[in-house]
Every structure is written in C-alpha cells, then in structure tokens.
Design a protein around this ligand. Structure first.
Ligand SMILES: NC(=O)c1ccc[n+]([C@@H]2O[C@H](COP(=O)([O-])OP(=O)(O)OC[C@H]3O[C@@H](n4cnc5c(N)ncnc54)[C@H](OP(=O)(O)O)[C@@H]3O)[C@@H](O)[C@H]2O)c1
Length: 220
C-alpha cells in the first residue's frame, strides 16, 4: 500500500496555514500544523474541527511537526522567515520545502538581500533540502472556501523533481500549477503578490489572483 503523504506547515496557525491545512486534509493528506507554541497549535486544530469537511489535522511545535513530515510548507511572515528556516536546518534533510513567503513591508513588496525569500531559504539550507516557491499569489481567503476557484500557481525552484512533487500535491487541492522556472525567477512571483494586494485595494476586492493563458492543458 502507498504510504500516506505527510505535510507539515510551519506557521500553520496563521491565515495561509490554516486554510491550506483544510484544503490538504480533504483529499486525505496527513497535515500537521506547526507553531512556536505547542498549546496554540492544539487550540487552533481544535477550532478548525468545525470547518474540517474531511480528513484530520494535527498540531505540534514547528520542530515536532517537521520531524513527522515528508514535505514542509513554510508559512511565516517574512520577518521570521530566515530565523525559522535556520532553526529547522538539520531537521529538513531529505524533505521538500515549499516556501510561500512574500517579502512585504507594510503591504509593499521588496527584494531581500538574497534576491528573494526562496533564494534566502535555499542559501540557508544548501544541499540539505530543495526549496520550491509556491502559492504566493493565492489568497488564504479563497483557500479557506472549499469550493472557491483558485488562481493559477506559479512554481519556482532548482530541483525539477521537487517541483514535480509540489505540483502533484497542489493539484490535489484543485490548483492549476505551472513550472515557472528556476529559483532565480522567484522574485518576480513573490513581487507579483504586491501587485495583487494593490489590485485588491484599488478595486475593493479580496480575491485578485492570476491566470495563465495560451498554454494548452495537454502540454502541461
Ligand atoms: N495570507 C495570505 O493570503 C497569503 C497568501 C500567499 C502567501 N502568503 C505568505 O504566507 C506567509 C504566512 O502568511 P499569513 O497571512 O498566514 O501570516 P500570519 O497569519 O501573520 O502568520 C502565520 C504564522 O506565523 C507565525 N509567526 C508570526 N510571526 C512569526 C515570527 N516572527 N517568527 C516565526 N513565526 C512567526 C505565527 O504562528 P505561531 O505564533 O503559532 O508560531 C502565525 O500564526 C507570509 O509570508 C505571506 O507572505 C500569505
């Protein structure tokens, strides 16, 4: 029998983490949400119970959550990103890391010294684990609604195998994914979220997202 896939979400008690946990649990992925505070993780898992339409979610410290997982999603604000990835270094060996982090300052995007959040994480982890950027342009609000259509997901990273694995996981939550190139491209995808935030403000929406056209389903 095929082993059940386990996904840990570091910072999983937040907006993106809780919404992603609900989406992943529904098709049968084992989800462990992580927190800096074990009790907070447990409390959040309990509160998610009423919205959990299918599957099971567990709560742990970030460190414990990562130990249990095959794939680790990093979903903390940019301010805590580098420290968190560095703290988890050594425990991420052999796992795929999905970095969702958008470098924002008061809602405005900026380019961090490494070039992007993804490159920062990959620089910290080195050869220990491949980092794949994903979900930057998806709103937690839409993820939180089981039937809400999702925008397209642009996937960046230097490992083709890890990108493939991430695309397979995200297809299970109904996302259309595109390989958007190497880690060097991530600054564009991360920065695009700043544009989506602007569009939401300008046009009084909460659901701005992106859609790729001109690529046939068969070629993906
Ligand atoms: N929200 C969205 O729609 C969305 C969409 C795409 C991408 N993103 C990206 O996803 C990441 C998470 O977004 P979010 O809206 O879920 O953020 P959030 O709710 O503000 O924070 C997520 C979790 O991160 C932990 N955290 C907060 N500050 C931290 C720090 N300094 N160091 C380590 N952990 C910290 C907290 O968990 P504990 O207190 O339990 O540890 C918090 O619940 C961000 O980088 C964001 O750019 C968000």
């Amino acid at each position: 029998m095929e082993k059940e896939l386990s996904v840990a979400i570091v910072g999983g008690t937040g907006n993106l983490g809780t919404a992603l946990a609900l989406r992943l649990a529904a098709p049968g992925v084992r989800v462990i949400i992580g927190s800096r505070d074990r009790q907070k993780a447990k409390t959040v898992v309990e509160s998610l119970g009423k919205s959990l339409w299918q599957g099971k979610i567990e709560g742990e410290t970030n460190q414990e959550a990562v130990k249990e997982a095959d794939v680790v999603v990093v979903a903390v604000p940019y301010e805590g990103h580098a420290t968190m990835v560095a703290d988890l270094k050594g425990q991420l060996s052999g796992k795929t890391v999905i970095d969702t982090v958008v470098p924002l300052n008061k809602g405005k995007p900026f380019t961090p010294p490494a070039g992007s959040a993804l490159l920062e994480a990959q620089e910290i982890l080195g050869a220990e684990a491949p980092v794949v950027g994903a979900l930057h342009n998806i709103s937690a609000l839409d993820l939180n609604e089981p039937d809400a259509p999702l925008g397209d997901v642009l996937i960046c990273g230097n490992s083709d195998a890890a990108k493939q694995q991430v695309m397979e996981i995200l297809r299970r939550i109904g996302a259309r994914c595109f390989d958007a190139g190497p880690a060097a491209n991530a600054y564009v995808v991360e920065g695009l979220t700043g544009v989506l935030i602007h569009l939401n403000r300008k046009y009084k929406s909460k659901h701005a997202s992106i859609r790729i056209t001109g690529i046939g389903e068969k070629s993906r």
